[in-house]
Design a protein around this ligand. Structure first.
Ligand code: COA
Length: 218
């Protein structure tokens, strides 16, 4: 597991989750989360291909082959859905949330965090970011499906106040979303800006390291 500094949290910050039905630990660090566009399809592919067979099973509900993973990434509708990501200092995508707009007022949440970055609160933060996104889009439900054995995901769901229903080996969870507020829109802007600035800073540092090592641009 990496040091917390590897994902560059900003300690002591107040996050969007404060405005959700239940809030996470007050001392939780801010995780720099940014929206991901089609220009990052390559990195998205790398992220999902880095998941082992068990994690792919947990994430997709089946043991997705490399080919299925690639076609999943190719099929992401960036014009309709939202993707949020967390980058480490090497600009690797260590966590990805996909908020798929399935109906006008309902979105489905899917998430994956690379094993080395787990247990730092990233999954929880991505869920809260997704809920803010869905509220701001006027949606009323955030939906999620996972295996009933997925203890980490169920913890995130229950802690967020999701209505959890176990159906055999699978669990469906629904979060009823309150209306958006001025605060949720401000939160989204602040979160996105934090994510963009963090990314920009990491890119700059990376170029600087290349320059120092090789005397030329990355
Ligand atoms: C589920 C997943 C996204 C969680 O990511 P994460 O960044 O580790 O989540 P968090 O750090 O916010 O942890 C959530 C909680 O689950 C707990 N947890 C983690 N692993 C656990 C386990 N195996 N058993 C019980 N609880 C566990 C954490 O301790 C944490 O609780 P805490 O805040 O009280 O300490 C990550 O494990 C993952 O990517 N799994 C594979 C893909 C997947 O299952 N996706 C979900 C289906 S869409």
């Amino acid at each position: 597991m990496p040091l917390a500094s590897e994902i560059d949290p900003i300690p002591g910050g107040r996050g969007v989750a404060d405005h959700l039905p239940t809030s996470p630990r007050a001392s939780a660090p801010i995780i720099p989360i940014r929206p991901i566009g089609p220009e990052h399809r390559g990195l998205l592919q790398q992220h999902f291909l880095a998941l082992g067979p068990e994690d792919r099973y947990l994430r997709f509900g089946y043991a997705a082959s490399d080919e299925r993973v690639r076609s999943y990434v190719d099929s992401i509708r960036f014009d309709r859905d939202e993707i949020f990501g967390v980058f480490n200092r090497k600009l690797e995508l260590i966590a990805v949330a996909h908020i798929a707009v399935v109906e006008a007022d309902r979105a489905e949440f899917g998430v994956s965090v690379l094993s080395r970055a787990r247990g730092l609160g990233i999954g929880t933060r991505l869920f809260h970011r997704a809920a803010i996104f869905a509220r701001n889009r006027g949606m009323h439900q955030l939906y999620m499906q996972c295996l009933s054995s997925n203890a980490a995901m169920l913890k995130i769901a229950r802690r967020a106040g999701m209505n959890v229903r176990n159906a055999g080996g699978e669990t469906e969870a629904v979060l009823e979303l309150p209306e958006d507020t001025l605060q949720t829109h401000i939160d989204a802007v602040v979160e996105d800006q934090t994510g963009h600035v963090d990314y920009w800073f990491k890119s700059l540092m990376r170029r600087w390291r290349y320059f120092r090592l090789f005397g030329g641009p990355a």
